[in-house]
Design a binder for this molecule. Structure first.
Ligand code: ADP
Ligand code: MG
Length: 260
């Protein structure tokens, strides 16, 4: 077991703001993420959750504000440079390499920590990587962690939906991140699969000391899994606290009335 909790702040956002032609999707966002925390960000559809991830990971250029990873300012970096710093993410919609096998998806991602380009990573996987024992070992370990060893040689596109979602997590972990950002990982999963996902996220934190941020519009997974929760509404942070504190907050009760 890695010592999961620590006071060390890994990631900070300050005044992070993103507008799209007058629509403010994210306004003055601020959060401090400590090493080994599991943090939830919830909010209704359109409240700015994916925009937050996009601004942190270089997929979207913030209109204002900054993101710091340890002592480095990372806002403005390209996505590949953000991965190289130690941040990995999944997307709300699946972005697997559908024509690669399950194992190749994980191996290809290991290159993303060092390569600038996704296509180079896929080529390297095909050309040289098959012989690299260490990388192979790492891929097997990650597939075992997410429960996909038995599907390693199948094409990613052939997997059932729930398995594809866990492969996305294995692929993100292949870049050896300090922080893992999961965008609606439980979307489309049934309650047994959601419970399995929560167990997996805890195992990832406990065994690797990874800080995990989970974005969801549904409360259940977040309430059961996260130690600290931030609630967004229309791009603004309306409250931060433990699951109990958040559940009792009047604006959260109002936003989620009928969901519980
Ligand atoms: P969430 O992930 O919480 O559902 P998003 O971050 O995707 O919300 O979106 C927040 C707001 O920003 C929404 O109103 C959405 O329509 C808008 N938005 C997001 N991305 C874009 C974009 N590329 N262009 C214009 N508007 C966008
Ligand atoms: Mg979203």
């Amino acid at each position: 077991m890695v010592d999961a909790s620590s006071d060390e702040i890994l990631l900070r956002t300050r005044g992070l703001t993103k507008s799209f032609r007058g629509l403010i999707a994210l306004r003055d966002h601020q959060i401090d993420l400590r090493k080994g925390e599991i943090v939830g960000v919830i909010g209704p559809n359109g409240s700015g959750k994916s925009t937050l991830f996009n601004c942190i990971t270089g997929f979207s250029k913030p209109t204002a504000g900054e993101v710091f990873f340890r002592h480095d300012r990372i806002s403005g970096l390209r996505p590949s440079a953000v991965v190289a710093k130690g941040l990995a993410r999944t997307f709300q919609g699946s972005r697997l390499f559908v024509s690669l096998t399950v194992r190749e998806n994980v191996r290809a991602a290991a290159h993303l920590r060092h390569q600038t380009n996704i296509f180079e990573a896929v080529l390297l996987t095909r050309r040289y990587f098959a012989t690299q024992e260490a990388a192979n070992g790492q891929a097997e370990e990650l597939l075992s962690l997410v429960g996909l060893s038995h599907h390693a040689d199948r094409l990613a596109c052939e997997l059932p939906y729930g398995d594809q979602r866990r492969l996305e997590i294995a692929r993100a972990l292949a870049t050896a991140p300090d922080i893992l950002l999961l965008d609606e990982p439980a979307a489309g999963l049934d309650s047994a699969e959601t419970k399995q996902l929560a167990d997996l996220i805890r195992r990832i934190r406990d065994s690797r000391g990874v800080t995990v941020v989970v974005v969801e519009h549904d409360m259940d997974l977040i309430m059961n899994l996260c130690e600290r929760i931030q609630v967004l509404a229309a791009g603004e942070v309306i409250c931060v606290g433990t699951p109990q504190e958040v559940r009792a907050h009047p604006r959260v009760r109002e936003a989620y009335l009928g969901h519980e």
